[in-house]
Design a binder for this molecule. Sequence first.
Ligand code: PAF
Length: 280
Amino acid sequence: MKPVIIRSLSELRKLTAQWVRRDESIGLVPTMGALHAGHLSLAKAARDACDRVIVTIFVNPKQFNNPEDLENYPRTEHDDAEKLAPLEVDAIYVPDGEQMYPKEFATNVSVAGLTDVLCGAHRPGHFDGVATIVAKLFLQSGANQAFFGEKDFQQLQVVRRMARDLDIPISVVGCPTIREDDGLAMSSRNLNLSDDARKTAATLQQVMQDVAAGLRTGKAMGKLRPTALARLKEAGFGDIDYLDLRAMDDLGELDTPERPARLFAAAYLDDVRLIDNIAI
Ligand code: PAF
């Protein structure tokens, strides 16, 4: 059955109230659209875990620190709905800007600490925008579980902390990154890569795998980083925002994986900012 498309909060609440009355659990998959196999895997995980599934599509202006990036962000609502149809999603919630940020909207949800590093340090205000919109989506939907990709691992940790700190009764589930055949992490932004850049993009994952192999044999990040950065530059990457080893829980920087850690990278290719991370 085709999912129902909902554009207003009142319609959403009417629908979820019926489900709650019937004691049905609700899974939420927040997205900004331009859906790819990564998003679809989240919808499937929600389908497996919950009685009802809502996928949200909202290109959230508050989390873009660059107006051009916001303008270029792919918007493909019709295709998105087609992709979700076979997945037995119950509803697609597509609110407009006025619905999410009505006139005189004045509240900001800000998670300290976790947002000072990695993408938070390079994209001022980004995680405030994410935390604010995700808090709204959690409260609007009343979902029991929400599904996020590990590709945006920092976002996952920020959202977890936000929900815990604000006592929002929802469990935040992290799902594995889905990759193209050459290892590139799936992302809506990959659509903005030229054909040549798309071929080069997989180098990011190859370099990260090599750094990960070095770390696993006991080499330190400080020793491995210079060669890795040089390889990325040689392949054609522009600015490299970070290539860091960080603890999984508090994202503190590490030189060796002495506690559960992930390797994180963000680099520009053709003006497209690619991010990725892998467990060590
Ligand atoms: O990961 C995303 O697509 C967005 O940051 C999210 C979680 C939908 C919030 O706008």
